[in-house]
Write a protein of this length. Structure first.
Length: 96
């Protein structure tokens, strides 16, 4: 098995993902999409937890990973909300 050095990897193989809104997309729509994704992760985690509790054939590690993803996504969403509220409050304290 040959191991290629990093310099020989074509730049097309390296992809960076950014979460920028599509053309014409608004900040509100981006927030709605993010909350919808968090909700989907929560629903998936709940489904796997219920299957695991009822004795269905579910791998424990899959259920735990789904629950951790949902927890991390929710914590991140709460922190983003806190920063948005903090920024709004700071703007409201500004004197004109």
């Amino acid at each position: 098995m040959a191991i290629n050095p990093i310099s020989s990897i074509p730049t097309q193989a390296i992809s960076t993902t950014t979460t920028q809104p599509a053309e014409g997309g608004s900040f509100g729509q981006s927030i709605k999409n993010a909350i919808s994704e968090v909700n989907n992760l929560q629903t998936e985690a709940d489904t796997l937890a219920n299957k695991l509790a009822s004795g269905d054939a579910v791998e424990i590690h899959q259920a735990m990973i789904a629950m951790q993803k949902a927890s991390t996504a929710l914590q991140f969403t709460i922190q983003v909300r806190n920063k948005i509220v903090e920024a709004y409050q700071e703007i409201m304290r500004m004197q004109l």
